[in-house]
Design a protein around this ligand. Structure first.
Ligand SMILES: [Cu+2]
Length: 112
């Protein structure tokens, strides 16, 4: 009788152990140094609002976030990241997740 209960209790624990790393990957890839590496995306800037610290861009797929190509608005973490960035520019952006469904851009690199 007893062994049956032991097996039954162990199964949910194994399930938790197997799913935990998946949840962690969704937060961002962890680098060897232990810091959370930002997600990288490339695309074309459509519009910049330096005052609001936002910009709109059409980006390609971002596999690490499971995002398809799309046109969307982004908020920058620090407005200085928008310095020298203008509509029509091809850029590579670094994105970090700051909460449930909240993504901010920490760096915008011009691609030429
Ligand atoms: Cu997007």
């Amino acid at each position: 009788m007893a062994p049956k209960y032991v097996i039954g209790a162990a199964l949910p624990l194994l399930f938790l152990a197997a799913t935990a790393p998946v949840a962690q990957v969704r937060q961002g890839a962890e680098s060897a140094a232990g810091a959370i590496a930002p997600h990288k995306g490339e695309g074309t800037v459509n519009k910049v609002d330096a005052k609001a610290g936002t910009f709109n861009m059409t980006h390609g797929p971002i596999p690490s976030l499971n995002w398809p190509p799309m046109t969307m608005d982004f908020q920058v973490k620090d407005k200085s990241a928008l310095k020298g960035i203008e509509a029509g520019q091809k850029v590579e952006i670094s994105i970090v997740q700051e909460g449930e469904g909240k993504f901010v851009v920490t760096e915008i690199k011009s691609l030429k």
